[in-house]
Design a protein around this ligand. Structure first.
Ligand SMILES: Cc1cc2nc3c(=O)[nH]c(=O)nc-3n(C[C@H](O)[C@H](O)[C@H](O)COP(=O)(O)OP(=O)(O)OC[C@H]3O[C@@H](n4cnc5c(N)ncnc54)[C@H](O)[C@@H]3O)c2cc1C
Length: 223
């Protein structure tokens, strides 16, 4: 699908017809699964996987919710948990705003999933789409109503994170999560999960939300 006829846009929300918001992928609670090293996709991460977790002391802080990944899913999950009165730590391996490969099209369910009061930073409004097969048989459909809007992902994602922070979530950037442990010396009790960072630091949580994208380590842990 290609788009044409983009108008300048303000902050008005689109009136789209089509599909697909992505939500936080996987959640880990304190359960019976054994400690698990998550498969990594980068050599440096693999080395960090093998580093022992630093043992925490008795008074180590335990977060209600640790969210891994500050994309739209993670920021939205962090916002929802913070609004619900939970103490939330949002962990992101990049510095924000970070680049994300994306067309930036935002459609109905995605728009509808945004937190209340969130001003959608629309760059353009799309009123026509062209469908083709192998570049041929092109058919264009036009609409007076906006079919979908276009956003700049770094800007949009950072704005969502700010919204979560305003709701009370704490953000740490530049930290890569390498694995989650549900047993072992880093885990003080069965209600707690240890989230291990690349430098060996351990963060404790009652619940972990895996929103770390398509190569999710948390998703691999959950299986
Ligand atoms: C080419 C392309 C075009 C697309 N176009 C569109 C489009 O037009 N419209 C649309 O709705 N969707 C589009 N998508 C899909 C969209 O980009 C994804 O659905 C969306 O980014 C998913 O959001 P997310 O929050 O789940 O994950 P992500 O946006 O991928 O965020 C995951 C975050 O987790 C962080 N992270 C990853 N691993 C770790 C770790 N171990 N520790 C700490 N942090 C970590 C990453 O740095 C990242 O910030 C497109 C995708 C691609 C590839």
């Amino acid at each position: 699908m290609s788009s044409e006829h983009a108008e300048n846009a303000g902050t008005e929300h689109p009136e789209p017809e089509a599909a697909a918001a992505e939500t936080a992928g996987s959640a880990v609670g304190s359960a019976d699964a054994g400690a698990a090293d998550l498969p990594g996709d980068e050599a440096s991460d693999r080395a960090a996987d093998e580093a022992p977790a630093r043992t925490d002391d008795e008074s180590a802080e335990v977060w209600d919710v640790v969210v891994v990944g500050a994309g739209p899913a993670g920021a939205s999950a962090a916002y929802a948990a913070a609004v619900g009165g939970r103490r939330v730590l949002l962990l992101e391996k990049s510095e924000l705003p970070r680049y994300k490969t994306c067309g930036g099209g935002i459609i109905g369910p995605s728009r509808d999933s945004l937190p209340p009061g969130f001003e959608l930073p629309l760059q353009d409004r799309i009123h026509a789409v062209t469908f083709s097969l192998d570049g041929r048989f092109a058919r264009t459909r036009r609409s007076r109503r906006m079919l979908f809007g276009l956003i700049n992902r770094p800007e949009f994602d950072a704005q969502l994170v700010e919204h979560a922070q305003k709701a009370g979530a704490e953000l740490r950037t530049g930290v890569t999560v390498t694995r989650v442990e549900q047993h072992g010396p880093a885990v003080p009790d069965r209600r707690t999960v240890a989230v291990v960072l690349a430098d060996g630091e351990t963060v404790l949580a009652r619940a972990v939300v895996g929103a770390d994208g398509s190569a999710s380590r948390i998703g691999a842990h959950v299986g």
